[in-house]
Design a protein around this ligand. Structure first.
Ligand code: SF4
Length: 328
């Protein structure tokens, strides 16, 4: 037991978090990849696009973001007047790490006739260097609005970019980042599992490599996979994304069986996101109690990053077009 958890021993964390949420006028947002207890205590559980929208709309004074750092930064970019807290400030993302802003800037400068469509899983600095942000649930709708003769850089996830490139039959320059979680699924183990459950469809996130996506009956974002699970007739579904999403499936469709797709060791434990897993009930409690760690973003950087995020929110809801993308 750590000194921190010892000092919290005996506390009813659920009740304390509830008390602090009211006292501080806080809203708790949680991503589908969070531990079930954090999903259960959240005011809203969703994917990146849904959480961005909630962050932009909320009238709470405090946003407690149970997710990873780039998500909490999006909340701060969209709601700068709010206090945004992240239970563990070390909750990063392998895609963000794979795309250092100075290298991305140099890549953009080497391809001045390309626009940059960038997955939301990146730093605020990279958002500020991008033209349009996308999430896995908004990417197809946004890409379909880009003229076919417009050249595109897509980063930082080469698997999502490759999936979109194949689906839309258009070339894109792909940044070579990957999600370490989705990269860890094993095609061999997936096929073994499918042989054991021949009637079970496979749902996969487009962050998975093509060796997994090519076997999927459905490919989509976390919220897309959740909706797909609600529509299928089969009583078992194989799920190739971070396995904590299965908690929402079990709540929504209790009669069905959901099996996490395996990694190379034959189980799905290696597909638990180590960054998302840093957040805990204890850290959420301390974060709400002390209003720390807080997300802070320099105002000039925030405004630049907000342009590409606003373009995503507008294009995803159909309220604005691509517009004139000025030089960056
Ligand atoms: S699951 Fe992958 S993309 Fe999502 S936060 Fe974890 S490392 Fe990043």
């Amino acid at each position: 037991m750590t000194a921190q958890s010892a000092s919290l021993a005996g506390l009813d964390l659920r009740a304390e978090i509830d008390r602090l949420r009211k006292e501080k006028n806080a809203v708790i947002l949680a991503h589908y990849y969070q531990k079930p207890e954090l999903q259960d205590i959240a005011d809203f559980v969703g994917d990146s696009l849904e959480l961005s929208r909630k962050a932009a709309e909320t009238d709470a004074d405090v946003i407690a973001f149970c997710g990873v750092k780039f998500m909490a930064e999006v909340a701060k970019i969209l709601s700068p007047q709010k206090t945004v807290i992240l239970p563990d400030v070390n909750a990063g993302c392998s895609l963000e790490d794979a795309c250092p802003p100075e290298k991305f800037k140099a890549f953009r400068e080497a391809h001045p006739d390309h626009i940059a469509i960038t997955y939301i899983n990146c730093s605020t600095e990279v958002k500020a260097l991008s033209d349009i942000i996308v999430t896995s649930s908004s990417a197809e709708k946004i890409l379909s609005q880009i003229p076919r003769d417009q050249k595109i850089i897509f980063g930082p996830d080469r698997h999502l970019g490759g999936y979109l490139s194949r689906k839309f039959d258009r070339e894109m320059l792909l940044w070579p980042g990957v999600c370490i979680v989705h990269e860890a699924f094993s095609e061999t183990e997936l096929l073994k599992l499918k042989a054991q459950h021949p009637g079970a469809p496979i749902a996969a996130h487009p962050e998975c490599p093509p060796t997994i996506v090519d076997h999927a009956d459905y490919v989509g974002s976390t919220s897309g996979i959740l909706n797909y699970a609600k529509t299928i007739d089969a009583d078992t579904l194989i799920v190739a994304t971070e396995p904590h999403i299965i908690h929402q499936m079990q709540l929504a469709i209790p009669g069905k069986t959901f099996i996490g797709a395996p990694g190379a060791d034959g189980n799905c434990n290696c597909n638990i996101c180590p960054y998302m897993a840093l957040n805990t009930m204890e850290k959420l409690y301390i974060s709400l109690r002390d209003l720390t760690p807080q997300i802070e973003i320099e105002e000039g950087l925030r405004l630049k990053a907000k342009e590409s995020l606003d373009r995503m929110l507008g294009m995803a809801s159909g309220t604005v077009g691509m517009g004139d993308l000025g030089a960056r």
